[in-house]
Write a protein that binds this ligand. Structure first.
Ligand code: GDP
Length: 459
């Protein structure tokens, strides 16, 4: 592993809580060899250098004689901390002014401002967690639904890494046997039983393929199901979207201080997030059959995993609706046929549309909206999802897994079409390399920079 670019001897500091104005308390995190010593220099209370790990101490932070704040200091002595280094968490009152003063004081005493994700990077470099677990920390913080929370938590606790680790160990065993053969190449010996190797590789392939396949679902759980509401102008698309979102906002606004921006176009149904694509342009997604708009509409709809197709029975007769359906079917994306404005239909009028097997709703009167939600869950097959299954949610991981699968395929080819042991060894090493990329057993500074720079400062 080449992580020489990182120096972890110095002590870093950052605000770990949100920098917003909401909330009574802020937590400032300090980590590094001198974390406790530096904090002790500005803290008046017990001598922190003489306290046990995992203890909390009340006192004041002072700049000379000036009292900046009354605080609680939590101590974590290496290696029993998140970063595996000496760490301190200072809980102050949540004032921008106080936080700035405390952080600046710590910097004056020898700490430096942490870079984005640097606490978690240190946890990784110091062996506290592997790379996929570190990435799951970011996912966990970003999780906004029961499902995304569950997959992130599962990954952070190592479910996915453990499985890969034992596969890698088995494979390393074979790689070393084959490399041993290279040392005896004149004697034409086979230390590695080819049948056993093939069995192992087939076993690994099954698991790797299952992980690759889990990505589609894992990704949806993490990022939400992309949905498009489509239909001609005035069928009620905006009204339906508002019906969804207003209910969601009513729920969310009960939680004080919730960031509203992030949920603008999302709704949460039974723990799964549905994300509406380009809702601002919803009016433009109208008119699938009109030649002009068709291409653009189609492009937008292709991003969806699910289409809610609305019809207005006061405008379109059943034959006209039927004429539009092949165009939608051609997209090969699951869609739900909706007859909107059902409040304007008599039972007899409704019956005419039954041939379409639609859902009848009234977006305006909020009739049938709950049934529509249930239908959305049914259609994406996430209803009785077992999130205990190991699931891949990260594009970097799925790419590495695909490369692993390719290398393994070459190994199988090599066994079936006898190639020399050195080629076989090379392909196995390649597979090991890609498996190792996921957990970080092999990593480069570029890769680490790329991953951790996306974190917030303080994580
Ligand atoms: P869009 O162009 O597809 O977004 O359609 P809108 O949501 O703007 O709705 C067009 C018109 O239909 C508006 O006047 C809505 O109030 C009305 N509308 C939408 N849904 C319903 C419904 O379920 N019942 C009735 N009666 N009117 C509706």
């Amino acid at each position: 592993m080449s992580n020489t670019g990182y120096i972890t001897e110095d002590t870093i500091v950052a605000l770990a809580t949100s920098s917003g104005t909401n909330g009574a308390i802020a937590v400032i995190r300090v980590s590094g060899q001198n974390a406790i010593k530096i904090t002790n220099e500005i803290f008046k209370g017990k001598n922190l250098l003489q306290q046990a790990s995992h203890t909390i101490h009340f006192g004041t932070i002072r700049d000379g004689e000036e009292i900046i704040d009354e605080v609680l200091v939590s101590l974590f002595v290496a290696p029993n901390s998140y970063t595996r280094e000496n760490s301190v968490e200072i809980s102050t009152h949540n004032s921008k002014y106080i936080i700035e003063r405390v952080v600046n004081l710590l910097i004056k005493k020898g700490a430096r401002a942490a870079r984005p994700g640097e606490f978690t990077l240190r946890a990784f470099l110091n062996g506290g967690m592997d790379l996929s677990q570190a990435e799951a920390v970011a996912d966990l913080i970003a999780s906004n639904s029961a499902a995304s929370h569950q997959v992130a938590m599962q990954q952070m606790r190592g479910g996915f890494s453990n499985q890969l680790k034992s596969l890698r160990e088995d494979l390393i065993h074979f790689a070393s046997l084959i490399e041993l053969e290279l040392d005896f190449s004149e004697e034409d010996v086979e230390f590695a039983n080819r049948d056993q190797l093939k069995n192992l590789i087939n076993k690994i392939q099954v698991i790797v393929q299952k992980l690759v396949q889990s990505f589609e679902q894992g990704n949806v759980l993490k990022n939400g199901v992309p949905v498009v509401i489509a239909g001609k102008p005035n069928v009620g698309k905006s009204t339906l979207l508002n019906a969804f979102l207003n209910e969601e906002r009513a729920i969310v606004s009960d939680i004080a201080g919730t960031t509203r921006d992030t949920i603008e176009d999302e709704i949460n149904i039974h723990g799964v997030t549905f994300r509406f694509i380009d809702t601002a342009g919803i009016r433009e997604t109208a008119d699938v059959i009109e030649a002009k708009g068709v291409e653009r509409t189609r492009e937008k709809m292709k991003q969806a995993r699910l289409i809610i197709y609305l019809f207005d029975p006061t405008q379109d007769k059943v034959e006209e609706v039927q004429a539009q359906l092949p165009e939608i079917e051609r997209l090969q994306i699951p869609f739900v046929t909706i007859i909107n404005k059902s409040d304007l239909l008599s039972e007899a009028q409704k019956e005419v549309y039954n041939v379409l097997n639609p859902l009848y709703i009234s977006a305006k009167e909020q009739i049938g909206v709950e049934e529509l939600k249930d239908e959305l869950i049914n259609r994406v097959h996430l209803g009785n999802l077992n999130t205990d299954d190991v699931m891949v949610t990260n594009i970097r991981h799925v790419e590495a897994l695909q490369k692993t699968a390719d290398s393994l395929e070459r190994v199988i080819y090599g066994i079936d079409n006898p190639v020399t042991s050195d080629f076989l060894a090379m392909d196995i090493r390649q597979a090991l390399y890609h498996l190792g990329e996921i957990t970080g057993s092999v990593s480069t500074d570029d890769l680490l920079d790329n991953i951790f720079s996306k974190f917030c400062i303080g994580k």
